[in-house]
Design a protein around this ligand. Structure first.
Ligand code: 5GP
Length: 206
């Protein structure tokens, strides 16, 4: 029987460690396909076109909106981000599992279209820790850092959208929580209706 694959969504504020966790998940499950988004923001040092994002122009992005190319799209921090409809449909139809790293607006759209998808929120242990991490990273101006913290509060305010929350306090524990969660879903997400799944929080708070 040709079963659809599982669709995992990872969201979380800037500084939550989401990117590191995503990389750990993909290394742990080499057969999970990662959906590379398109964006109009400029590449950061070290980012590669086609691996981290497809870096495109605003005109190309808008043409994609008109052509129905994005299964979801949003404007985040002043830039456009979108997920390829063709990629998601192809991967799921082949019964492969797929992982999306998208924001709360995108999650809302995907859930409408694929109510069985599994949205997971990566949570920093506290806003204090988030602030410290962003300060240590040193990549933001004061104003940008405050904006990211404000955005983080807004994102955390929409937590009810998510079926699971993984608290990223100690990285190793968060990786193991997240991989265990995904492992469990991979064996059952195709057969268990969403409403029967208990909402649970896995965390590693000290
Ligand atoms: P960054 O620019 O830091 O890589 O990403 C900024 C935010 O955009 C992150 O929250 C990330 O999850 C989100 N994002 C990345 N790709 C997509 C996408 O295709 N759609 C949506 N809605 N959000 C995305």
């Amino acid at each position: 029987m040709n079963r659809p694959g599982c669709l995992f969504i990872l969201s979380g504020p800037s500084g939550s460690g989401k990117t590191t966790l995503k990389q750990a998940v993909l290394a742990h499950f080499p057969d999970i396909r990662y959906s590379v988004s398109a964006t109009t923001r400029a590449p950061r040092p070290g980012e590669k076109n086609g691996r981290d994002y497809y870096f495109i122009t605003e005109a190309e992005f808008r043409a994609g909106i008109d052509a129905g190319e994005w299964i979801e799209w949003a404007r985040v921090h002043g830039h456009y981000y979108g997920t390829s409809a063709a990629f998601i449909e192809r991967v799921l139809a082949r019964g492969r599992d797929v992982l999306l790293d998208i924001d709360v607006q995108g999650t809302r759209q995907i859930l409408k279209r694929f109510p069985q998808s599994i949205p997971i929120f990566i949570m920093p242990p506290s806003l204090e820790v988030l602030r410290n991490r962003l300060e240590e990273r040193g990549s933001e101006t004061d104003a940008a850092l405050e904006r990211r913290l404000t955005d983080a509060r807004a994102e955390i305010g929409q937590l009810q959208l998510y079926r699971h929350v993984v608290v990223n306090d100690r990285l190793e524990e968060a990786v193991s929580d997240l991989t265990a969660l995904i492992e469990a879903y991979r064996s059952r997400c195709r057969s268990v209706p969403q409403e029967e799944d208990p909402i649970h929080t896995s965390g590693n708070r000290a």
